[in-house]
Design a protein around this ligand. Structure first.
Ligand SMILES: C[S@@+](CC[C@H](N)C(=O)[O-])C[C@H]1O[C@@H](n2cnc3c(N)ncnc32)[C@H](O)[C@@H]1O
Length: 184
């Protein structure tokens, strides 16, 4: 079995997200994480997805329609997610930081808004909630966002959050890094 950041994140979501859950996909992209969250949360759940690119919103809505799934897909920055839900009401927040596969390579997530969004997501999580981040870097994206996000999660209060930031020790290239944050 090929293990990678996506399989680790999806395994964690499958273990954590129960029917009726309220979930956020902070970076909708092509909608694959949104679709998984919809399947796990089921008809009784609620999934909100954000992306700043109209192309991503269209691709996500198309995927959901093809799969018979429903989510609220917003053309908005994830930095604004706290406008959509009350504090401590969310079970799971997922980030896939990087650029839209096959999309405009000049548009990718940025350190400042990603950190703002991570903090907003942590405030929205209910105790026991999970945030999963797949952290892409390298190439045109550089390493600024990766370094800023990793430095930021190290500062989270250990009495309120458990943070696991992983790295692939024997993989070549620049494999994305998985980061998991539990709100205690
Ligand atoms: C790596 S892709 C996401 C892939 C997606 N999870 C999937 O399953 O296809 C990253 C996405 O983040 C989006 N993005 C960049 N900045 C954003 C922001 N401030 N708020 C929300 N989405 C953003 C990009 O437009 C891109 O579609």
């Amino acid at each position: 079995m090929q293990r990678n950041t996506l399989t680790l994140v999806h395994d964690a979501l499958r273990r954590h997200v129960r029917p009726g859950a309220i979930c956020i996909d902070a970076t909708a992209g092509k909608g694959r994480d949104t679709a998984l969250l919809c399947r796990l949360a089921g008809d009784a759940g609620r999934v909100l997805a954000f992306d700043i690119q109209a192309e991503a919103v269209v691709q996500t809505r198309d995927l959901l329609a093809r799969e018979g799934l429903t989510a609220e897909v917003y053309l908005d920055s994830h930095a604004h997610m706290a406008r959509y839900l009350p504090p401590e009401s969310v079970d799971c927040v997922v980030f896939n930081l990087g650029r839209l596969p096959g999309g405009d390579p000049r548009i990718f997530t940025q350190a400042d808004s990603s950190i703002q969004a991570i903090d907003a997501g942590l405030a929205l999580l209910r105790p026991g909630g999970l945030m999963a981040i797949a952290l892409y870097y390298g190439g045109a994206n550089g390493c600024e966002e990766r370094d800023a996000v990793l430095a930021h999660v190290e500062t989270l209060d250990p009495r309120r959050f458990t943070v696991l930031a992983c790295r692939w020790a024997n993989r070549t290239g620049e494999p994305p890094l998985p980061v998991f944050i539990w709100k205690d």
